[in-house]
Design a protein around this ligand. Structure first.
Ligand SMILES: Cc1ncc(COP(=O)(O)O)c(C=O)c1O
Length: 304
């Protein structure tokens, strides 16, 4: 709906990133646009140096993803967008509470799209989402779109959807919102502990951490290792379940290969991440003793 509010027209191109959940790119297709993909940088986020090379006369927007709760390089993205008259919509599905230069993700561009899916930093006990914008026109159009374009009653001025957030879910979300800062702080503390306990394991790459400009919210604690699949199994055998986000870059999903003819080799860094990345358990209630146990098991695996 953010893309529709931004007037993405049929065939309009939106530049996004190969390494994300498929919903990022699907949203562009659902809005009748065409996704174009950039590879990732060393922070596993859209490589801003590739954006300019993807711009054509059909380009309409850029959709960076703050994947794993790590803010993308918004200044560079906004600069390129401004220069080329493009809109920017942030995919904040994983970045509730992440800060870029002291500002929350979702406030750094034209619009921010949040997910309240049950694994996210906050949920609404069921599916739901939120769009943030400072632009009144966008807000009004999205309010129309979510309610079949109806205003006033029985007058429909555009083709909309049934996409209102269920009121019970919304009520749950409002309560969760109060806890969100505390939960994010707990995630940041857990990330700090993992970093301390795992810094000496030479064979893993720890996630990009805090920097002068970025304060991640650690939705996921993503590590990278060439021995990913063996480590996953070893940890599972020791009662530790780790997941892979994501085993296949979006352009290599069967439907994208079929629609756009993508072939392996086009997004080498995303491919490498998909083969080497795994996320360690990360949630606010994670105990220090559990982080210690998980870290000890990782040390044990690499010292065998
Ligand atoms: C990066 C990313 N984008 C988009 C989505 C889609 O969000 P939703 O499932 O709420 O539609 C998700 C999560 O599901 C996600 O992780």
């Amino acid at each position: 709906m953010a893309l529709l509010a931004a007037d993405l027209t049929i065939g309009g191109e939106v530049i996004t990133v190969a390494s994300s959940y498929i919903a990022t790119a699907n949203s562009i297709l659902h809005a009748n646009g065409t996704p174009l993909f950039c590879d990732i940088n060393d922070e596993y986020l859209i490589d801003v140096d590739q954006i300019s090379g993807k711009i054509t006369k059909r380009s309409r927007g850029i959709m960076p993803v703050h994947l794993y709760g790590h803010p993308a390089d918004m200044d560079e993205i906004n600069k390129t967008a401004e220069k080329n008259n493009l809109f920017v919509v942030e995919d904040c599905a994983q970045s509730h509470g992440a800060l870029y230069k002291g500002k929350m993700t979702g406030t750094l561009s034209d619009m921010g799209c949040f997910s309240f899916y049950s694994t996210k930093n906050m949920t609404v006990c069921g599916d739901g989402g939120m769009i943030t914008t400072n632009d009144k026109k966008n807000a009004e159009k999205i309010k129309l779109l979510r309610n079949h374009g109806q205003y006033p009653k029985d007058v429909h001025t555009l083709v909309g959807y049934t996409a209102r957030l269920n009121t019970v879910n919304a009520a749950i979300g409002r309560v969760q919102l109060k806890y969100l800062p505390k939960w994010i702080e707990a995630r940041r503390n857990a990330a700090k502990k993992y970093n301390e306990l795992l810094k000496d394991v030479g064979e893993i790459v720890l996630p990009p951490g805090d920097s002068k400009d970025k304060k991640p919210s650690y939705h996921l604690f993503e590590i990278k290792t060439k021995k990913r699949d063996k480590l996953l199994k070893f940890l599972k055998d020791n009662g530790i379940i780790c997941l892979i986000h994501y085993p296949t870059p979006i352009p290599y999903q069967p439907i994208y290969k079929r629609m756009f003819g993508y072939k392996e080799g086009g997004f080498p860094k995303s491919e490498e991440l998909s083969k080497q990345a795994m996320d360690l358990p990360m949630f606010p209630e994670l105990k220090d003793s559990e982080i210690k146990y998980i870290s000890e098991k990782i040390h044990e695996f690499f010292s065998r």
